[in-house]
Design a protein around this ligand. Sequence first.
Ligand code: ZN
Length: 505
Amino acid sequence: MSKSPVIAPTDAYSALLTRMRELRVADSIEQILDWDSETYMPRGAAAHRGEQAALIAGVAHERRTSDELGALLERAARETGGDPVRETNVREMRRVHERAVKLPTALVQEIARSTTVAKEAWSRARADRSFSAFAPHLQQILDLKRQVAERVGWDSEPYDALMDEFEPQARAADVQRVFDELKRELVPLVQALTSAKRQPDLALLSRPAAVEGQQRFNRLVSEAMGFDFTAGRLDISTHPFCTGITTRDVRLTTRYNERYMPQSLFGVMHEVGHGLYEQGFLAEHEFTPMAAAVSLGIHESQSRMWENMVGRSAAFWRHFYPRLQAEFDSYRDVPESAWVFAINNVRPSLIRVEADEVTYGLHIMLRFEIERRMIAGKLAVADIPQAWNEGVRSLLGITPPDDAAGCLQDIHWSLGIFGYFPTYQLGNLYAAQLYAAAERAMPDLEAKIAAGQMRPLLDWLRTNVHHHGRRYRAHELVKVVSGSELSPRPFLDYLNGKYRALYGV
Ligand code: ZN
């Protein structure tokens, strides 16, 4: 009806902004409850915390799926006036709303119940190193997630409907093509590196490093990267994570090991990478999808870029190694080159979370292939351990001694999370493609990093990635920023360039 260019303050879009804000506030309450239970909450509070989390999750779900919101979204969609910010916010709110209303409350509750039980069963089965105790739970969750895929809908295969939750619009068949291309070069590269004569001295990574020294050094590096501690914190938890509550409240965690300092250091650089993204959205868009991450893959690209492309580069250590030696006496006699080689060691291993950046992709390809076959009904639950072990043998040349070091190692399936794993490796690929674009835009980037100046990279990421919020889908963002479609080429070029030089192959 109305074609007026001036939009009244009482229009549907303004009402929608209010709803968006309320929903983000509700979600952020859940986040702070989670953060607290992972960091400071006494164990005795667990039961009450469960009630708090369930209540707030219920409120948020009700609001997210309400008919009123649906009607508001329809009206607001007609009132965007072609404005890209409004279009993005309406489109993204709609996507989340439409997905949520397709899932009946009974199904959502059944998944919540089953995964709570399955998580415990998985934990016990892993401790007992036996898949068979977990199998019936996994079967049940798989059946439920297949129902989710059917309700959500898909074009090519049900896996797409599940992956869409984490990597909107990604298609398994496209991911497979990219992974296949990657695998063709990754497998021979791993073989070349592991059989190289020149090998790093890994023992130097376990030199003693006091927790207080690690904390000081982590802080020095985090601040140099640009993390704003007036709008964030770094605490301790068993499983490190980053949670962006608002752009002015970003919480990171780490854990310390006095005989393995790189774990915390690179873990912190990883989480700071996530945290810089969360702090980097524009304040004017706070509480809307324009101040939210594109996808898990793009989020992971930010963490991997800072952790690996910056943090494990020779340039970075030219500035920081003397500072590391000043902090840790035990490193005084370790040459900088030996340190850089050791933190870039490559060797096939069984556990994904401990894998280096070269072999990491192979761990993901295995999970991706198995998950896709499971969801498609082409792999029976009982056959998973065998498929897993054969996959590890063919990709990495080693064999898990038991299921705990094999198909039981990751928590995801017990939580009903399928389609999440590929986003980890997509993150590596996006990171390399974005970083190559940053290097083209700033030919002196490496020299800047070697001088301890990381602000130019952060500013470039702010402008080219962070400030866009969810304006672009992941594949669009990569194209807009780099000028080409997602390709494994920049990642392979990066790996070949760095590792062949280090290992002399
Ligand atoms: Zn991460």
